[in-house]
Design a protein around this ligand. Structure first.
Ligand SMILES: CC(C)(COP(=O)(O)OP(=O)(O)OC[C@H]1O[C@@H](n2cnc3c(N)ncnc32)[C@H](O)[C@@H]1OP(=O)(O)O)[C@@H](O)C(=O)NCCC(=O)NCCS
Ligand SMILES: [Zn+2]
Length: 311
């Protein structure tokens, strides 16, 4: 038997761990719609022509028409951002965001003057390109802090996610995949935020979630539905887990080259000094489950990656 706990960025419950009972049942009211970070829709409110009267002896009331054209509100299929077409400010914001989602951002050598640790100097991608992986505190300030904030904003917009709280950033590290862009500049071709956590839930194998287990063994324990769209079920018992991944992002032109997997492996190897974490042993958890993220999670962690609530 399973219960349903719909889990999205915008409608994240305060806690997804049930307090003591083994089964957590969803409330009867549906969860609120995900919080989309769309721009405000400003309707086109220009009045139509005045009606001309032959003898305007007295003041005539004029009928104003508001033309609200919903088609001006656009959603970009490349970056998922909603914006108002025709409003220059909206269009400019969208152009900037779309470009970051597609190609990432620049990384200047001057940024490296601050506290940046190189964790891999020669990371080879499937395409043959070589990059490197650096690590920096997630709550860094100064020039690098400003760059990180731009990256966080871009990831949050792309994922319709709320900003990571200062408390989370305080116990997190950021891993960046850098590809050469020109002689003095590099490009950020991937970002993983690693958060220090204490517990997470084990993801149930598909058979356990659907109840159609061919092995005819009793299910281990009741499961909770974490995300109805992707059908992820978890065993609700919190298990000790060290590393949480609240954000992971690779620009669209750099995907399927192994960048996310390399960043995750770098985080697992170096997040805790002197202790290499193993995703297959359940040492790593994701806080969210987008479609792409789920496939990556299963592929990289061999089914051992857990789920946690980042709050
Ligand atoms: C999810 C994401 C980070 C994956 O980055 P990536 O660098 O392309 O991932 P990798 O190349 O390391 O993928 C490793 C494996 O995961 C699987 N995988 C990853 N993305 C996949 C996709 N979109 N479709 C199918 N399989 C996928 C594949 O098995 C892949 O290996 P393969 O390319 O040899 O088949 C990237 O698609 C992204 O940024 N998406 C938008 C943000 C997002 O959804 N973040 C996840 C939040 S949970
Ligand atoms: Zn776009």
């Amino acid at each position: 038997m399973s219960s349903q706990v719909k889990r999205t960025y915008g409608s994240r419950p305060k806690t997804i761990f049930p307090p003591s009972s083994p089964i957590s049942v969803a409330s009867s009211s549906p969860p609120p719609a995900p919080m989309k970070r769309s721009l405000l829709f400003v309707p086109n409110s220009r009045p139509t022509k005045r009606i001309k009267l032959s003898k305007p002896k007295q003041k005539t009331l004029v009928q104003l028409h508001f033309c609200i054209d919903k088609s001006t509100l656009q959603k970009c299929s490349k970056c998922d951002m909603s914006y108002t077409k025709g409003v220059e400010e909206d269009e400019a914001l969208h152009r900037t965001h779309c470009l970051k989602v597609k190609k990432g951002m620049e990384w200047g050598r001057e940024e490296e003057k601050e506290e940046v640790l190189e964790v891999e100097s020669m990371a080879l991608l499937k395409s043959g390109k070589k990059g490197r992986i650096v690590c920096v505190r997630a709550d860094a300030t100064g020039k690098i802090g400003a760059k990180l904030n731009t990256i966080y904003n871009m990831m949050d917009t792309a994922l319709s996610a709320p900003p990571l709280s200062p408390a989370i950033l305080n116990k997190s590290k950021v891993y960046l995949f850098l590809l050469p862009a020109s002689t003095s500049k590099e490009r950020i071709a991937g970002c993983v935020v690693g958060q220090q956590i204490t517990t997470a839930m084990e993801v149930a194998p598909l058979a356990d979630s659907t109840g159609s287990d061919d092995t005819k063994e009793e299910p281990r324990s009741p499961v909770v539905l974490i995300d109805s769209s992707s059908g992820v079920f978890c065993y609700p018992k919190p298990l000790p887990t060290s590393l949480g991944i609240p954000r992971i992002f690779v620009p669209s032109t750099d995907r399927r080259q192994g960048i996310a997997s390399k960043l995750l492996s770098a985080a697992a190897a170096t997040f805790i000094h002197g202790c290499r974490l193993d995703p297959k042993q359940g040492h790593v958890a994701f806080s969210q489950t987008t479609g792409d993220g789920l496939v990556l999670m299963r592929e990289w962690g061999g089914g051992g990656v857990r789920i946690y609530d980042e709050d």
